[in-house]
Design a protein around this ligand. Structure first.
Ligand SMILES: C[S@@+](CC[C@H](N)C(=O)[O-])C[C@H]1O[C@@H](n2cnc3c(N)ncnc32)[C@H](O)[C@@H]1O
Length: 246
């Protein structure tokens, strides 16, 4: 895997397609069927400094801005996503320090500074999971909290066939692959849960909570019987981790 080629392909996708096809995955939602309104992983963020990794169009930063966070920072690979984020926040009387960079690289974010670093469906794009977690640990104050969500790896292994869910790829396969999406293309790798857990431990985090459940009440309240909702009743489609820097 050539990380510069991954940056090029993925930033082109996000610059040109944005979240139009993948849809925004923004707080309070960690994924389609997991909401912070139920789990309250952040608690009270008033007066706290927060950094979002892969901040996209800025809607999750807005969520914290409206809850009186004292500082909002966001880093993202895509210039266009950051432009949208800046406009989105400005229109709501909020501001954030927005940095264009791959999350994997040094980009001038201060060390030992943040109360929370978080990421909603962006961490899995990293080409260097251990290095990214080490950087995130460095950005946090001691006892600071790191919260992230991503596609559950089991969800990525299973396809629907004749009303059954069947495995169509190995859970253990972490090789990089390309996905044609709409008129674009994305490059990614599906990592095992243990890869995330072990990388967190190596970077000096302790896991406080992990969520795999889909919120059935949420599906019922939306009357959602989509293929994704049916699948999410049987297996986790999203996982969320709350970890603390030791
Ligand atoms: C699914 S979006 C999630 C963003 C946000 N939660 C939202 O819904 O707008 C993923 C974001 O990660 C960014 N991204 C992808 N690879 C990245 C990388 N290596 N470093 C930083 N950001 C990256 C993309 O540009 C995109 O804005």
């Amino acid at each position: 895997m050539d990380k510069n080629s991954v940056y090029r392909t993925n930033s082109f996708y996000w610059d040109t397609q944005g979240n139009d096809f993948l849809r925004a995955i923004v707080l309070p939602f960690y994924g389609a069927f997991v909401s912070d309104e139920k789990y309250r992983l952040f608690g009270d963020v008033s007066g706290k400094k927060l950094l979002e990794i892969g901040c996209g169009n800025g809607q999750s930063l807005q969520y914290h801005g409206e809850r009186q966070a004292s500082e909002l920072w966001g880093v993202d690979l895509s210039e266009k996503q950051l432009e949208k984020a800046a406009q989105h926040l400005k229109a709501r009387g909020l501001s954030a320090k927005l940095i264009r960079s791959p999350m994997e690289e040094e980009c001038g974010i201060p060390a030992d500074y943040f109360d929370f670093v978080y990421s909603i469906y962006a961490i899995g794009w990293t080409t260097d999971l251990e290095g990214t977690f080490r950087r995130i640990a460095a950005y946090l104050k001691k006892d600071g909290v790191f919260i992230f969500s991503w596609s559950h790896p089991i969800h990525k292994c299973v396809v629907a066939e004749n009303n059954r869910l069947v495995f169509n790829k190995s859970y253990f396969d972490e090789s990089w692959y390309s996905v044609p999406l709409d008129e674009g293309e994305l490059t990614l790798s599906d990592r095992k849960l243990s890869t995330y857990v072990n990388a967190l431990a190596k970077a000096g985090f302790v896991i406080e909570q992990m969520i795999e459940e889909s919120d059935v009440e949420l599906m019922q309240s939306r009357d959602d019987n989509s293929d994704l909702a049916q699948r999410a009743r049987m297996l986790p489609v999203t996982f969320v981790v709350k970890a603390r820097k030791l």
